[in-house]
Design a protein around this ligand. Structure first.
Ligand code: KG4
Ligand code: ZN
Length: 366
């Protein structure tokens, strides 16, 4: 760890995790996370208003905890990075407001960064600098995409994405049908280990010869699994939960890994990273390992704690922004719930600040 590497604090509040990470270069110094997942569990999904409120309460204590763990004084930071989008608007706003306040009070540069690019960049904390290019399969409760990056601070190209449900969403919905609680991924993963993945032939979405090669669809699979369970129940038969879990999971990870490996081969990319909450799935990891090895592709999957939403990933990307001299954001930075994946960060405009001040005042009073 060179002394001149950037020391960056990152804030993540795009969904239900209040995350604050501190990174020095590519070394993780602190990763403080406060989750409101338990408060959403009884609703079977994340409730945006509850998430925003929880972020507000957790924000300052989580920042203080991260600084204490890292043994870092705020004055030594080289920058404050924050998730500017995509995500839940109200939730993002809490993080962006906090980051602006700290950046302004401390006189530090502010970096509004992209949540998806952060999910990719976090792997640097575990496996060192990302090879360029890298193919990334991002699978979580909110997103499922295949992205090609030649420079994580400036060039992230979408190859494909889900056309309906996200992969994690499918896990959560099937878990609900099986009365397994929320979030569904971890419990399905666990039960599937005792089931037969070949017991039921569930459909593989968008896998026909004429279908888009890199897009995903999980809605048909979800319906097929739900119908299969309903039919069993209607016939008064017991539902073989472990076999359903294993067969459903196999259908998801089969499509994810096949399309990811195909994209690597088609583009001549020999590194694949998998990130997002679903990357914690043990079968996804095993099958990806097997198929990558056969195709001569090097697989990089961060440890599960870095795959789910956290502040370390934001700090990791912020650190890379500083290292590569990318433009900081200005204090007019706003949360953008649908920030395109092609924008790894939100650089500030090089405009006259007095003028901007006048405009925002006008907006405020008009
Ligand atoms: O990245 P994440 O923490 O939050 C979002 O940005 O969505 O991902 C959460 C999602 C949930 O849908 C959860 O069910 C899923 O990741 N998940 C898993 C596993 N652990 C979490 N899915 C499959 N297998 C797992 N082991
Ligand atoms: Zn995420």
């Amino acid at each position: 760890m060179a002394a001149d590497e950037p020391l960056v604090l990152g804030i993540e509040t795009s969904c239900d995790e209040t995350g604050v990470g501190i990174v020095h270069g590519t070394t993780l110094l602190a990763d403080a996370v406060a989750s409101s997942v338990d408060t959403h569990a009884r609703f079977g999904g994340v409730v945006p208003e509850i998430a925003s409120r929880a972020h507000l309460e957790a924000m300052v204590p989580t920042i203080e905890r991260a600084l204490k763990t890292a043994g870092v004084s705020p004055k030594d930071l080289d920058g404050i990075a924050v998730t500017a989008g995509p995500g839940l608007a109200g939730a993002l706003l809490v993080g962006v407001s906090a980051a602006k306040a700290y950046a302004y009070a401390l006189g530090k540069p502010l970096y509004g960064v992209n949540h998806l690019a952060s999910h990719i960049c976090v792997d640097q904390l575990e496996h060192g600098k990302l090879p360029e290019p890298t193919m990334a399969l991002l699978v979580s409760g909110g997103h499922s995409s295949l992205l090609l990056s030649t420079d994580i601070t400036s060039d992230v190209r979408p190859m494909g994405a889900t056309i309906d449900d996200a992969a994690g969403e499918a896990f959560d919905k099937i878990a609900r049908v099986l009365d397994l609680g929320f979030p569904g991924g971890p419990v399905i993963d666990r039960l599937a280990k005792e089931g037969d993945p070949a017991a039921i032939a569930f459909p593989r979405g968008l896998s026909g010869a004429k279908d888009p090669a890199y897009d995903f669809s999980f809605s048909g699979l979800k319906t097929a699994v739900a119908r299969w369970i309903e039919a069993k129940r209607a016939a008064g038969e017991e539902v073989p939960v472990r076999d359903v879990a294993a067969s459903f999971q196999e259908a998801v990870v089969d499509v994810l890994t096949r399309k990811a490996v195909r994209a690597c081969k088609d583009e001549g990319v020999d590194h694949l990273m998998i990130g997002g909450g679903v990357a914690a799935n043990s079968r996804l990891r095993a099958l990806a390992e097997e198929r990558c090895e056969r195709a001569g592709i090097r697989l990089r999957v961060p440890r599960p704690g870095l795959c789910t939403d956290n502040g370390a990933m934001v700090a990791a990307l912020g650190s890379e922004m500083v290292a590569r001299g990318r433009a900081a954001s200005d204090l007019e930075l706003s949360a953008d719930s649908s920030l395109p994946v092609t924008d790894p960060h939100v650089p500030g405009h090089s405009h006259d600040h007095d003028h901007v001040h006048e405009i925002s005042k006008e907006n405020l009073y008009s």
